[in-house]
Design a protein around this ligand. Sequence first.
Ligand code: ZN
Length: 431
Amino acid sequence: MRAIRAAIVHCRGEPEAGNEASAIEYFDDGVLVLEGGRVVGLGSAEEWLASPAAGVTVEDRRGYLLVPGFVDTHIHYPQTDIIAGHGKQLMDWLEHYVWPIEARFNDQQTGAATAEFFLDELLRNGTTTACVFGTVHVASIDTFMAAALRRGMRMIAGKVLMDRNCPETLREDAGDGIGKSAELIERWHGKGRLAYALTPRFAPTSSPQLLQAISELLRSQNDLYLQTHLAECQDETRLVAELFPESSSYLGVYDQFGLVIERSVFAHGIHIDHDDRRRMAQAGSAISFCPTSNMFLGSGLFNYQAAKRAGIRVGLGSDVGAGTRFGISETAAEAYKVCRLRGDDLHPFEAFYLATLGGARALRLDDSIGNFENGKEADFVLLDYNATPLLARRTAVATDLEERLFALMMLADDRAVAETYVMGERVHERS
Ligand SMILES: [Zn+2]
């Protein structure tokens, strides 16, 4: 057994509107006790150290804030090298930046080298779990899963499926794509901490036959995920209405093929209506709120408060490469600004929830990660309030946890991530 001594904060549940602090548990001087990669205790240092269990070594990290590892509910690892591509909206962005870079993942070497960099970057930003798109190539997922397995990280990923409206080099017949997905499921799903997500890019690149075949494969095991994009921008939403004229809405396309289920993660969900929200809440599906991407491409402002009121599980997504930051803390800061632009608020504790336990719930992983309940996997991060002169100065005049957390969210970047731990082992230390 080991114990880490630091200021510690986590969410016990979802913050209630008007009483956000009730969901938060905070120890100004706390200890997190670990054994075999799991949490076995949490409490105030004073109490714990008064009667230390025999054989517990205490690692002193006072001065840092210890939080659960961040959860990124939507990201594309092959798009790492097109981050910050200037001047396009979604449909042109795909043509101009995405198709050319994704075509390179035909080869093992590109996938392996990019996956290593990508996972290092996640850890450098305190992200320990993500829901990840590959490309259409089997090698993109073999290399990614192998790299994640070596690091012991909890990851969900899948190979992209596209059988129309894309370049010939990236297109495959529905049967082909499904056969390869089935092989990847066999190889990776449930191995270590990995899970597989069936990954149609979005409705415009999917034929009805492909969506039908995905639905059948999805139902072949009860713990597979589905990840895709939904109603990100208006041009795309109009195109879907033309391609699927019989569907009542964009979500209706996925729904008519049985793809709106508990383990579905829909990125964006900006241009949807209340019926769609009700349907997603009823099905238990999740939306990944990707504010840096939505602002960068000019896609629109996600209505977080409406999604929350409808009872939809929402997590934060960086959506790199259209997203402009790997950090989930910075993503939360942009989520706050999107809410302000809509005339809404996002409470600092609610934002912290979205980055941790809310993300875990969106991905149906809250039995394993998201907070420090006993028995959970010990993925956590040590944050440094003194990472930059400005952050240190602002923190020094903050009067309570709410204010300190908000300043951290608005001002921090990867410099504030001092250390990242996966299953209790340190996997990143700021140089
Ligand atoms: Zn995306």
